[in-house]
Design a protein around this ligand. Structure first.
Ligand code: MG
Length: 506
């Protein structure tokens, strides 16, 4: 489809033209963000910070420019006559204008200033396990988040306003019912796994060291196998793996190399591939417009989890990838495909979220959700958080963090002001399983496709069902249109039960 067929309405066309300068600023911010986290010399930090803040202010001015806002309102007046893309464009811009426009500049500035400092303080506090050092910052960030929620507005719960920032339309009530639906299944599966012993708690391959250049080669070949377009993307190294899109033709991912336990770097790459593919398969007609990005964090995470877990941690995938792995990694000699499968699927309750397996991961999110919700509603004080954290960790996973470094201080999110973000990870894992069952229902042969290395069939399915639309539809609407029904945790429960209780997933 050509861009000229997508945006037809004269007012919308004018909006698209004007929005292009905003897109240009975002393109620059993305490229700078990629550079900051990969190759920028340390000496560049301060000036990069200034340049970034200036561009963010510029973007805000372009968005809130009265003439631009007026145009968006004008398009809204004839909303019913617009096509789906035009409606999507108006919805996305209206939402951005509402969010940016309802927050006073002073508040935005204060949050930027405090989080900049808080991230630096958090890094040091985490290294020493010193919660007291971070506490005043977290207190201030919680206060600011509550103020932000009041400015944004909400119907039921102030936390709703924060959830909506990351996942359009998400509410506290919906997150609660999601956890109510999945936690019993996860608990039962975890008990079963621990008594059956099929999924091990430890594996000898965890201790094996690898050569970084060799592993880099493996990662590149894995990416080629699943279909990463090297003329439209890159793989680099960063402290924490991430994906960043400069546009539909340039999407970059990173991984890290710890030097041992090779599954971590490989699965980071497969995870980021899922994020990247979403951005790469957006319809070309939406190029350089406000619709040319994934619609929400939850839907984005469903794509990364789908590739990492549903595809990547299946037996079929092990069979597809093991010849490649054996060719490069001599230490795999003597390990069968089934042994590799067990190594990739170790289930071990631990204190660290980013190291958590498929079965324990959502308990980590539930804990954070409970704490965030109570902090925002004011039923929990920041100084009580470490104790509540440790108690919940013990209750949910039977794990005792040895220090605040592997407890309450482990994540960067709160220091950067991201409260309301964590639940999108759970949305992602639940949605990923739903995509599997939908694929089986409409196309069939999911595991056969993987086993035979036919990843194109899966990529094409995702393109049609989800990716091509960019941000055209709200997350809920996208899911319903693409998968034939709304987000439904029963598929996730079925997936978990088949894989971990019945040991039946191929
Ligand atoms: Mg991710």
């Amino acid at each position: 489809m050509a861009a000229s067929e997508v945006f037809v309405d004269p007012v919308v066309k004018e909006i698209v033209g004007k929005a292009r300068s905003m897109w240009g600023v975002e393109h620059a911010l993305s490229l700078m963000g990629w550079d900051s986290r990969t190759y920028m010399p340390r000496g560049g930090v301060e000036e990069r910070g200034i340049a970034r803040a200036e561009l963010i202010v510029l973007r805000r001015r372009l968005l809130l420019d009265p003439e631009f806002v007026r145009l968006v309102e004008k398009a809204e007046d004839s909303y019913e006559g617009l096509n789906v893309y035009e409606k999507g464009l108006v919805r996305v811009l209206r939402r951005r204008i509402r969010i940016e426009g309802s927050l006073p500049e002073k508040l935005v500035y204060e949050r930027a200033r405090i989080t900049e400092e808080a991230v630096a303080v958090w890094e040091k506090a985490k290294a020493k396990g010193d919660f007291e050092a971070f506490k005043p910052y977290l207190e201030r960030i919680v206060e600011l988040s509550r103020e932000i929620a009041e400015h944004l507005g909400y119907e039921e719960h102030p936390y709703d306003a924060l959830l909506d920032l990351y996942e359009e339309g998400l509410t506290t009530r919906r997150v609660e019912s999601l956890f109510d639906a999945i936690l019993p299944t996860l608990k039962a599966a975890l008990e079963k796994v621990r008594s059956s012993g099929y999924y091990p708690e430890r594996h000898p391959l965890e201790e094996v060291e690898y050569q970084v250049p060799v592993m880099d080669k493996v990662n590149r070949e894995v990416l080629t196998l699943i279909g990463f377009p090297w003329d439209r993307g890159r793989l680099d190294v960063s402290a924490h793996p991430f994906t960043i899109s400069m546009g539909i033709g340039d999407v970059r991912i990173t991984t890290r190399y710890e030097g041992r336990d090779f599954r971590h770097t490989m699965y980071a790459v497969i995870h980021e591939f899922g994020h990247a593919l979403y951005e790469l398969q957006i319809d070309e007609a939406l190029k350089a417009t406000p619709l040319a990005s994934g619609v929400s964090l939850g839907v984005h995470e469903s794509q990364s989890r789908f590739w990492e877990n549903v595809v990547g941690r299946s037996m079929a995938f092990v069979e597809a990838v093991s010849p490649l792995l054996r060719r490069h990694l001599g230490f795999l000699e003597g390990y069968s495909d089934e042994e590799l499968y067990r190594y990739f699927n170790i289930v071990r309750p631990g204190p660290i979220r980013v190291e958590a397996d498929e079965l324990t991961y959502n308990f980590h999110i539930y804990l954070r959700f409970k704490i965030e919700k109570e902090l925002i509603e004011g039923s929990l004080r920041v100084d009580e958080v470490p104790e509540v954290w440790n108690r919940l960790m013990e209750e949910l996973l039977g794990v005792k963090p040895r220090s605040h470094s592997e407890g309450v201080l482990q994540d960067i999110h709160w220091s950067s002001g991201a409260i309301g973000y964590f639940p999108t990870y759970t949305i992602g894992t639940v949605l990923a399983a739903q995509i599997l069952y939908r694929y089986e229902a409409v196309k069939g042969g999911f595991y056969e496709a993987i086993r035979s290395g036919d990843f194109a069939a899966i990529r094409e399915y995702l393109r049609e069902a989800i990716h091509r639309w960019g941000s055209t539809f709200k997350p809920d609407e996208l899911v319903e249109r693409g998968l034939g029904e709304p987000l439904n945790p029963e598929y996730y429960n079925r997936y978990i039960t088949r894989k971990f209780v019945e040991l039946k997933l191929p």
